[in-house]
Write a new protein. Structure first.
Lengths: 115, 111
């Protein structure tokens, strides 16, 4: 497809388990963002990748969260030892080159529920 | 103080009404302004993108930016039930990679 693709669309897991969320950005887009969206909250920035530059990890809430982007394309967000407060929708977005004048295009997100 | 403030609503209007959605912001460095529409269980979809002050029109949608007042608006004319969604504003400065989002306004258009 032409848009940002995220998988799985839904994930239910038990507290303490690790989860991996995947994002496939729009072809040709070098910038990739991860956000978290909780009910009634705005989009919380997590991490930003641009090309081969070091990622901006300033939004990651704890060391249980990590992300990588292999080959400058697909990205995986990993949450270790999940907690109930990690329950949220995790959104991925991509843009052409990460410039502040380049609007972001979002996937439909992964809805994560921690039991 | 949050960088971007947006009234969460909910807002409920009859079909055909003109809808006005608004955001205020505090950072005078913001230059790029966006409106996204988000349907339930979907990701935000880019609706409008404007640079600096002024108006931009696209079909039934008009985006307006007033930088002197640090205030942006999205107008929807002849609103339709299919416009029922959450609308998020977003903005960014001339440099850097950070985008700042409002919390979204929930809109329902009643047939």
């Amino acid at each position: 497809g032409a848009g940002v693709s995220q998988s799985p669309s839904n994930k239910v897991t038990e507290k303490g388990k690790d989860v991996e969320l995947r994002c496939d950005p729009i072809s040709g887009h070098t910038a990739l963002y991860w956000y978290r969206q909780s009910l009634g909250q705005g989009l919380e920035f997590l991490i930003y990748f641009q090309g081969n530059s070091a990622p901006d990890k300033s939004g990651l809430p704890s060391d249980r969260f990590s992300a990588e982007r292999t080959g400058g394309s697909v990205s995986t967000l990993t949450i270790q030892r999940t907690q109930q407060e990690d329950s949220a929708v995790y959104l991925c977005a991509s843009s052409l080159d990460g410039g502040s004048n380049q609007p972001q295009h979002f996937g439909d997100g992964t809805r994560l529920s921690i039991l | 103080q949050k960088e971007v403030e947006q009234d969460p609503g909910p807002l409920s209007v009859p079909e055909g009404a003109i809808v006005s959605l608004n955001c205020t912001y505090s950072n005078s460095a913001f230059q790029y302004f966006m409106w996204y529409r988000q349907y339930s269980r979907k990701g935000p979809e880019l609706l409008m993108y404007t640079y600096s002050s002024g108006n931009k029109e696209d079909g039934r949608f008009t985006a307006q930016v007033d930088k002197s007042s640090k205030y942006i608006s999205l107008f929807i004319r002849d609103s339709q039930p299919s416009d029922s969604a959450t609308y998020l504003c977003a903005m960014s400065a001339f440099s850097g990679n950070q985008f700042y989002f409002g919390t979204g306004t929930s809109l329902t258009v009643i047939p």
